[in-house]
Design a protein around this ligand. Sequence first.
Ligand SMILES: Nc1ncnc2c1ncn2[C@@H]1O[C@H](COP(=O)(O)OP(=O)(O)OP(=O)(O)O)[C@@H](O)[C@H]1O
Ligand SMILES: [Mg+2]
Length: 315
Amino acid sequence: MMALTGLENNDLKLIIFGGKGGVGKTSCAIATALRLSEKFNTLLISTDPAHSVSDCLEQQIGFKVTKVEGTAKLWAIEVVADEALSGFKTQHQAELKKLLETSTNLDNEDIDDLLTLSIPGIDEVMSFKTIIDFIEEGGYDKYVVDTAPTGHALRLISSPKLLDEWIKMAARMRWKYRYMITSFSGSYQPDEVDTFLLGLKKTVKRIESILKDKARCEFIPVCIAESMAITETGRLLSDLGKSGIIPRQIIVNNVMISEGCDFCRRRKACQLPYLNEISDTFNTLNKVEVPAFPEEIKGLQALHKLKKVLLPENQ
Ligand SMILES: Nc1ncnc2c1ncn2[C@@H]1O[C@H](COP(=O)(O)OP(=O)(O)OP(=O)(O)O)[C@@H](O)[C@H]1O
Ligand SMILES: [Mg+2]
């Protein structure tokens, strides 16, 4: 049985787990973070609105960096997209207001309405910005991200494109204003809105560059030996590929090992063709099989057990 490889490389900062609902993303992300935290200062980041990291660790985490009890170098945070967004709006209220005032013919009341509206996808942009801000602050060696099921991970990955569209739109909205100022006064001095938009543009560039950088970022899909999970993993890989993200390895969770009873034998026989299909379909990926444990993965003791399967010592 293979193990996850390459995660200890010093250049590798960001490790993202993704896949279909209920296949074991949260369990695998935490177990991996647990192993890495034995050598590295590690921050586990959950972007799943369901906040199952708290449940799995049996410790309340929430939207602030919290030390994971019973570990030496593991911290965790559950990003609340709404709060990240309202924090961003509060922080940049002046620029956002001025952007709208200098771009449109709206009155103040309209502008206030607009500012409280959500832009579709902005939640994910803010979740990702939170992650990137942490990485840039550089407080940790490894950042392990647990995502909500497939669609969410993909939205997270494509969020820089979305933000880029928004910036372009804002820049277009300002073009008239600049033109007006220039024709009145003959010249145009960039103001705080330009600085703000430029800052956002830099954020987009930073997110895109880290996501596409194989040395710094790795996406690990989690799958199980079932038909629908395989189909969904195929789609996930193809969509990731479109964003320039090519995984190196895949976790196949819940694999039946025991042949001790009739149920186990039949379950194992059912999985076999799917395990073969996974090997054939995803033949470029290092495959890591995780056995189905008799007990659920909850609490540190169970997580340590999973950790030893994913990343055994003395590889
Ligand atoms: N190898 C395993 N053996 C036994 N139970 C497992 C195994 N892997 C995961 N589980 C259990 O399966 C359930 C789902 O796991 P987990 O929460 O990690 O999945 P997930 O992909 O994060 O789910 P979601 O899509 O809801 O976020 C949990 O109750 C977990 O304890
Ligand atoms: Mg989960």
